[in-house]
Design a protein around this ligand. Structure first.
Ligand code: ADP
Ligand code: MG
Length: 295
């Protein structure tokens, strides 16, 4: 028997390195007419690296001490920023202590007890009171002006330092945005938990005008629902635990496989296994062709 068009399209998507989970998904992919893309790990390569370690005066720590505490708290986390912090500690010859009572809050950061001290590492937007900690706020602003993701390190409830992290846009990010814009008839939206300046910088490299930054996981869902309330069928692409609710709310959710979290991979309708973003518009086009053959 000749294979039904949607099944051949699934096989074809597989050859492009995209795992499409069902024929129904293969069909839905071609219906999307809007796209919302995550930043870290989706439009960026997802291999961020530490560029600056800044210690606040009065913290009683030097940069190695700060990195030791921060990397210990980050060690259990699967977030790309966590890997960057742990790698930076190791690269500087800083031993990574063992952490206890680890907790992780998607879109915010991590916390743990290290050497008897309470350590939290994460988003300044969520953790920092600008007026109570003007020195920390100034450091964050300085790093963010450089387009960095600034991560705050808090020890025993007080800001102790800030770590600057950079992540490169994927080489095919701009081409993917252009292709999705032409296939859906609307420019994609950037949805990120990162700060607005880092988000704007990446967006301008990728050719995205509509930037929504500082979002919690449920805020990403709200952006998707908002687009869908105008009758649009939204494609969401993401990789993190923080993207899972938006992937579930999407008309079609696609996860980046290589560095993607298990939750994102399980929640998504399709997974980019070969780690090339440009395969997503390719698969949307495959779906459209198959659907023309079906009807
Ligand atoms: P994105 O939406 O760009 O993928 P996330 O929602 O995962 O980003 O994270 C948003 C912000 O929360 C990050 O920019 C960072 O400030 C903070 N954050 C989240 N997880 C961590 C972590 N493990 N370590 C440090 N910061 C984190
Ligand atoms: Mg991400």
């Amino acid at each position: 028997a000749t294979m039904p068009p949607l099944l051949s399209a699934i096989a074809n998507a597989g050859r492009h390195g995209v795992l499409v989970k069902s024929a129904a998904v293969m069909e839905r992919l071609g219906q999307v007419d809007a796209a919302a893309l995550d930043k870290t790990g989706t439009l960026t390569e997802g291999t961020p690296y530490v560029t600056e370690v800044r210690v606040l005066r009065g913290s009683g720590l030097d940069d190695h001490g700060l990195l030791a505490l921060a990397s210990a708290a980050e060690h259990p986390s699967e977030h790309p920023l966590a890997r960057a912090v742990v790698d930076a500690a190791r690269a500087r010859g800083v031993g990574v202590p063992v952490a206890e009572d680890f907790t992780s809050t998607p879109g915010t950061g991590v916390a743990a007890t290290v050497r008897g001290r309470k350590v939290a590492v994460g988003s300044p937007i969520r953790m920092l009171d600008q007026t109570r900690s003007p020195d920390a706020a100034a450091l964050v602003a300085e790093l963010e002006t450089e387009g960095r993701t600034a991560v705050l390190v808090e020890v025993d409830g007080s800001p102790a330092g800030v770590i600057g992290i950079a992540d490169q846009a994927r080489p095919e990010a701009a081409a993917t945005v252009t292709a999705l814009a032409s296939l859906t008839g609307t420019s994609p939206v950037l949805i990120t938990g990162d700060n607005p300046r880092a988000a704007e910088r990446l967006a301008s490299e990728a050719g995205i005008a509509d930037v929504r930054a500082g979002l919690l996981p449920q805020d990403k869902v709200a952006v998707v629902r908002d687009l869908q309330s105008t009758g649009r069928k939204v494609l969401v692409v993401g990789d993190g635990v923080n993207d899972a609710p938006a992937l579930a709310a999407a008309h079609t959710g696609v996860a980046m496989g290589r560095a993607g979290s298990d939750l994102a991979l399980e929640t998504a309708d399709a997974v980019v296994v070969r780690d090339e973003l440009i395969t997503i518009p390719t698969v949307v086009a495959l779906s459209r062709r198959a659907r023309r053959l079906v009807v």
